[in-house]
Design a protein. Sequence first.
Length: 368
Amino acid sequence: MAFIKNAWYVACWSDDVKEGELFHRKLLDEAVVFYRKQNGEAVALQDRCPHRFVPLHLGKIVNDGVQCAYHGLEFDCTGQCVKNPHGEGKIPAAARVRGYPVADKHRMIWIWMGDEYADPAKIPDYSVLDIDSGYKTSFGHLNVPAHYELMGENLLDLSHITYVHDGYLGSPEQVGADQELVEEGDHIVCNRWMPNISVPGIFDMLYRRDGKPVDMWTNMRWIPPSNFFLDTGVHEVGGKREDYGWYYGVHILTPETERTTHYHFAAAMPAGTDLPPEADKKFREMRRYAFEMQDMPMIDAQQAAIGDSDFWSMKPVLLSIDAGPVRMRRSLERMLKEEAEKNAAKPPAAGNRPTAAKVSSPAETVAN
């Protein structure tokens, strides 16, 4: 299974990894266990004891390490076995598990699963989610039974909101919207401008509350390999961007397997947004409903139709709205090829796993 390994991926929300508890997930088809040291720093290890392959998450935390539940072998935060309670206690050289660089940043646990240096500077900027950002935030997670590229296409091509999300995020007049594709380094930005349209339900509920037409924009940024940042909002026809007529949407896709994806999503409203509790609750419900009940059936159907076939071998018909998704697919193909060529050219790696500068801090509270 081909995944880009030398990149930062979101493993979970920071709040998922609690002090004194083991948390586990499959990421890029590898089982990983997470925990926090006594000082609050997050740790990620391969979730498989090398002795009899029992998952380490069935064990317990001992002295900032993990003790296997089956025979009591203990592994430190680097993955090295530091205690063998049997016989004379000799520790075999092969008694170690992979340790992964992690970063606790923007209220998320990021993991690097490749063999190159894990540069913290390459973590995407999602500072709008930080506790001290001033934004009003909400968070969620779904496990989606589809390849992450299909989900990425769904996010990068928002022309579908006219049909899939009509009445929620879309309206009929959006279908002919002007679209612009911009490349900024390795980022792809798809911008849509929709003047004088019927106000979509979510914006009418949150901001307008008058049913009058609006000008609307959706600007979606792709940050490879699987991170997205949406700037979307409305204002009165012919007006200017207003303080509380918009929000930022965070959409992050982490492959679990070739056919399943961890989808972390969040919204950040500008400081001062004053929503009644019932409207705030409705906003969260509508955003989740839009994907879970409207997008997901489309993506599930796509995945079922494609099956194990190569996407391009099925000769998809391409429209003007596909410029962003096609550019994303070609970029991912190039990145996979370049990574494979680098791996083929380098000598066998020594040691355990790559290191990373420390970007870890005690868990912050995430309000779900």
